[in-house]
Design a binder for this molecule. Sequence first.
Ligand code: FAD
Length: 145
Amino acid sequence: MAKLSGKPDCCWVADAPKTDFPELVGAQECDAAIVGAGIVGLTTALSLLEAGKAVIVLEARQVGRQVTGRSSAKITAQHSLIYRYLIDTAGHEIALAYAEANRRGVATIREWIETLQIDCDLEPKSAFTYTCDPRTYAGMWVMTV
Ligand SMILES: Cc1cc2nc3c(=O)[nH]c(=O)nc-3n(C[C@H](O)[C@H](O)[C@H](O)COP(=O)(O)OP(=O)(O)OC[C@H]3O[C@@H](n4cnc5c(N)ncnc54)[C@H](O)[C@@H]3O)c2cc1C
């Protein structure tokens, strides 16, 4: 079982070593400058790097310590009743496109964890959406990733 640090902070970031990347000095050339080194900025940066682009990531604080570092750390294509909502408001095609984009996102993160050997204790688990209100039960999608 994981041992918690006892520090009054989120367990993911409480023990993580601080990053000390150099300050940006002077003018630099790149294809894309990304502001923010959370999961969104870093995912974008890595995708652009894989496409052969030169990327600079600008972070005002610490890498991965803001919302990303304080999330539940769950990677999933299932988000509550989003598919019910999308089918009702935008139709099956859009709901399927959203599901496919989510599945691809999950697959890409898994691939990066493997190929970059990221030591993050990723564990595959089943995911369930359930309700305590039978009125919202009809038509619910339950997916596992
Ligand atoms: C409690 C909680 C639990 C969650 N659980 C999950 C989960 O289990 N699974 C999931 O997929 N999502 C989860 N989410 C949502 C997810 O965490 C966020 O959608 C995601 O982390 C946002 O990432 P981000 O890169 O946009 O933001 P951040 O991680 O906040 O990164 C933005 C970065 O930009 C930097 N920045 C901002 N302005 C500037 C500037 N002007 N110059 C330089 N740098 C700047 C900040 O310092 C920060 O580091 C959760 C969210 C919360 C609040």
